[in-house]
Structures are given as structure tokens and as C-alpha cells.
Design a protein around this ligand. Structure first.
Ligand SMILES: Cc1ncc(COP(=O)(O)O)c(C=O)c1O
Length: 506
């Protein structure tokens, strides 16, 4: 039987049989070699596109014997930078660069230069790092209504840490819940209940920290199904998770209901506001119909919120917030018996780039509340324009009820081929699966004059192009199509691992 036939037959079997069947198939003689060959064929073209500079620039798999002149190094970097900036600068990328104005970048670079040597691990050498971090946390908590939360719930004392990004904020919150539940409830086999739309950073946390994830469905609006979550909770559940909004469809989960459920069941509740934490508070002030997602809800016990997305700071910072210092303490790491001295670090990293925290601090001061409000107004207006524009393109429809991350799909054309046709026009969009769809995360880049119009006219053209040319080869469409349809998810993971190997080929 050929591979395609086997896979399509397997896809028809109930999902619970896929993993055991895959395990069995892998053990058959010769299958592993066959799979390796298939993987190599699939990834053959990819290496070239991942390393486009090989032919054009000197490549270094070993250090030069004698150091190069500063200018020589800088010139090589300036050349690639020039080529790479144009695309995101002009607004051709979904997400990726959230502010990107040249003056803003120049300001951040100046701040970085002032503090490039700073390491918060040495609080004695850089007490300013302590100040910056504490104030980034305090300003973020304040933006998310921490004072109001404390007024309503006097035991609330919002606190947090700066981390390296959304993923680390989520890792830290999950570790805190695991250690809290172990210490205070004796839970040794912890699980977390969350909708399928929640970010894979939760899977990463689960793998790293030995937590089981119970993924529950979303409804037809792509919001968490709260009843399904309630059913999934058991005696080992340590926390529930909701997204504000979720990455795939930009849809905000019913956080008030979900956190209410967590409160009722005595478990933690994490709002993942990595994407929306710096938008939703301002959207609320602007009168948009957004739910409360923060500590004003008594059930919310932690929030992740990314300064390096809509906080407009440089890449490499986020904030993990907790309702109480007692919960945050479970995030910390201490080592008391090391010959190197007493050691304590609050987050995953040991030494860390204090300059990036300084950048986040400086950006928040520079933009201020009025600046964030205005940025949010522009993003939400552009989001609405894009949403309405997509809805008016024959053959496309928008998923859920999003504000500024707009996911769309089609019943008439292959949406992954539309994504490829958009890529030919310069666009870098995000491909989604289950169901096949594509999204555009609106940033300040797209609020520049003419960008939304160009996006919509290119999109309309791309849909018509795909409609009029039913078959083409190449591009990402076959890979996305294949990955979405393969029932053996271990094989898809194998391909991803080999893809990552390719990244490291110097
Ligand atoms: C909702 C959500 N959570 C978590 C993350 C992970 O953030 P990071 O890529 O900064 O680790 C993202 C990233 O896009 C996100 O959209």
C-alpha cells in the first residue's frame, strides 16, 4: 500500500486510534528509512530558502584567524538589514514588528546603548536595573487596572516579573501553579484545562514541567466552550487558561465566565493577554465591547502580557503578573548550598539583558497613556477596515468576531494557495489549521496610509488568481495542506524537528 493511501485510510479512523497505529507502523521493517527519505524530499527545497545568503556573502563556520575590521563586519550586516527592512517597514508582515517607526527604533537603540552592559543578576552593580524592572511591572499592572482590583478585592496585591517573552511568562505562571498545587494541595499529577486555541507555549510548559494538558473545544465563534472546560476539571486540575485574544483567530475567550468557574472550583486562572494586554485596556476606554480580562475579576490569578508586542518595546521582554506575592513566590528559583554562593533568580534566565528591560521602561515613559490610547485607536480602526474589506471579497469569510487579528477562510478556493499568491505579492501572513485559514495581525505598520487598501486589493486579486488557476505546484500550500491532513502527528513533529535542524546548518 502506498503512503498516501495508508494516510487517507487512517484519517478516516477515530482520532484515538491514530497514535497507537502510528506507533505500530513505525515498527514495520524498512518504514523508518522510508520516512527519512520522504522527509528529505519534502525539505529539499527548503534549505535554500532558509539560507538565501550562502551564495552571496562570506559564510563563517569557523572564526576568522584574525579579527575583521569593525567596518567590514558592519557593512555585511548593513547590507542584509537593508534588504530585510523594506518588507516589514512597508507593512507587508502580519504581526512581527508592532511599531517600527524609524524614530522609535532610533530611540530604543540609544537606550540599549546606554545600558548594553547591564545584568540584573548583579543588583549591586546596577540598582537601576532593579528600578526599571520593578517599574515596568508596576506600570503594566496599573494599565491592567491593578489599583481598581485592589479597591474591589482588598487581599489583591498585583505583582510580577519581567521575562524574555510571552512564552517565558506562560512557562513561569504554569510553574508557579504546579508548585503551588503541590505545596498547598498535595497534587502530584497536575493538569491544566484550556481551549484548543490557547498558545503552544502552554504545551511547552506542560512538557518542561510535567503537567498534563486537557485541551477542550471552542464553539462556532472560536471562543472557549466553558461547559466543556467545566466537565474536564478533575481533582488534579491546578488551573484554567483563557486567551485575550487567542493567536489563531484573534478572538477573546469569555474570561469573566471562565475565571468565575476557576474561582468556584478553587483552581488558578491564567489570562493569556500576551497579544492583547496592551490593547484591551485601551480598547475598553475607547468604548469597544471588550470583556474584563484582568484582576478586577476575582477568579483571575495570573496574566501574561507582552511589552515586546503591542507594548512597542524591543524584542525580548514580557511581563508575568500575579494576583498575590504568595503565588509569585512559587515562580522563583533558589539554590542555597552551592559553593559559588547563595543563588536566586526569579525567572528562567540567570544572567539576562537588563538593557532590554531598560528599553521597555523607556518606551512606556516615552509613549505614555495617551500614546497607547491613540495607537490602539489606529489599530482598531484599521482592524475594522480590514475585517470589512475581507468580508466583502467574494469567496472569503472571517472567522469569529475579531477586533484586530483577522482570520479568514474560504469554501471556494484553497486558502493556502491564496496565502502563496499573497506571498508572491510580498505579504507574509500566518497560516492556520483546523480549519485551514490565514490571519493578518494588524500592527501600527498597517495604519500607515494606503497599507490596508493595498492589502485588500492584493487579497482580492489573489483570490481571483487562485480561482482562475485551479492547479499550480510549489509554494507553502502543499506543505500546509499535507500537514493539516496527516493523521500521524508524530510524523508532522518529525518534519518540524528536521526543519529546525536545517536552521542550524551554517
Ligand atoms: C496569545 C499568545 N500567547 C503567547 C504567545 C507567545 O509569545 P512569544 O512568541 O513572545 O513567546 C503569543 C505569540 O504570538 C500569543 O499570541
Amino acid at each position: 500500500m502506498d503512503t498516501d493511501k495508508l494516510l487517507s485510510l487512517t484519517a478516516k479512523l477515530p482520532k484515538r486510534l491514530h497514535a497507537p497505529l502510528e506507533k505500530g507502523v513505525r515498527k514495520l521493517p524498512g518504514v523508518q528509512q522510508l520516512m527519512e527519505q520522504e522527509y528529505q524530499n519534502m525539505l529539499a527545497d527548503m534549505e535554500e530558502s532558509l539560507h538565501p545568503y550562502r551564495e552571496r556573502f562570506a559564510a563563517f563556520s569557523a572564526m576568522p584567524d584574525r579579527g575583521l575590521a569593525d567596518d567590514e563586519v558592519l557593512q555585511m550586516m548593513a547590507q542584509v538589514q537593508e534588504e530585510e527592512t523594506e518588507r516589514w517597514q512597508a507593512g507587508y508582515a502580519s504581526g512581527a514588528v508592532y511599531h517600527g517607526d524609524p524614530e522609535h527604533i532610533a530611540f530604543m537603540n540609544r537606550v540599549y546603548a546606554i545600558h548594553s552592559q547591564m545584568n540584573p543578576l548583579h543588583a549591586d552593580l546596577w540598582p537601576s536595573a532593579v528600578k526599571y524592572e520593578a517599574e515596568v511591572v508596576a506600570m503594566t499592572a496599573d494599565m491592567l487596572n491593578a489599583r481598581e482590583a485592589q479597591r474591589i478585592h482588598p487581599a489583591t496585591e498585583v505583582c510580577g516579573s519581567v521575562t524574555s517573552g510571552g512564552t517565558e511568562s506562560i512557562l513561569m505562571a504554569m510553574k508557579a501553579y504546579r508548585d503551588w498545587a503541590r505545596a498547598e494541595k498535595g497534587i502530584k499529577k497536575p493538569n491544566v484545562v484550556l481551549p484548543i486555541s490557547a498558545h503552544p507555549a502552554f504545551d511547552k510548559a506542560a512538557q518542561y514541567f510535567g503537567i498534563q494538558l486537557i485541551r477542550t473545544p471552542v464553539d462556532h465563534r472560536f471562543q472557549a466552550d466553558v461547559k466543556a472546560m467545566e466537565k474536564a476539571i478533575n481533582k488534579n486540575t491546578i488551573a484554567l487558561v483563557g486567551s485575550a485574544p487567542g493567536f489563531p483567530h484573534g478572538v477573546i475567550d469569555p474570561i469573566p465566565e471562565m475565571s468565575g468557574l476557576a474561582l468556584k472550583r478553587g483552581v488558578g486562572f491564567h489570562t493569556d493577554a500576551c497579544l492583547g494586554g496592551f490593547i484591551i485596556p485601551w480598547a475598553e476606554k475607547l468604548g469597544y465591547p471588550v470583556p474584563v480580562i484582568d484582576f478586577r475579576l476575582p477568579g483571575v490569578t495570573s496574566i501574561s502580557v507582552d511589552t515586546h508586542k503591542y507594548g512597542y518595546a524591543a524584542k525580548g521582554t514580557s511581563v508575568a503578573l500575579y494576583r498575590t506575592p504568595a503565588l509569585r513566590r512559587y515562580q522563583y528559583f533558589t539554590a542555597t548550598d552551592w559553593p559559588g554562593g547563595l543563588y536566586a533568580s526569579p525567572t528562567m534566565a540567570g544572567s539576562k539583558p537588563g538593557a532590554l528591560i531598560a528599553v521597555a521602561w523607556a518606551v512606556m515613559l516615552k509613549i505614555g497613556r495617551e500614546g497607547y490610547l491613540e495607537a490602539t485607536r489606529r489599530i482598531l480602526e484599521t482592524g475594522e477596515q480590514i475585517r470589512e474589506g475581507v468580508e466583502s471579497i467574494p469567496g472569503l469569510y472571517v472567522l469569529g468576531d475579531p477586533l484586530w487579528v483577522i482570520a479568514f477562510a474560504s469554501d471556494e478556493v484553497d486558502i493556502y494557495r491564496v496565502m502563496d499568491a499573497m506571498a508572491h505579492r510580498g505579504w507574509s501572513l500566518n497560516g492556520l489549521q483546523f480549519p485551514p485559514a490565514v490571519h493578518m495581525a494588524v500592527t501600527l505598520r498597517h495604519t500607515q496610509p494606503g497599507v490596508a487598501e493595498r492589502f485588500l486589493s492584493d487579497l482580492a486579486e489573489s483570490v481571483e488568481e487562485v480561482r482562475s488557476q485551479p492547479e499550480t505546484s510549489g509554494g507553502m500550500a502543499p506543505i500546509y495542506g499535507m500537514a493539516a491532513s496527516i493523521p500521524f502527528r508524530g510524523m508532522v513533529a518529525d518534519i518540524l524537528r528536521r526543519y529546525m535542524d536545517l536552521l542550524y546548518r551554517a
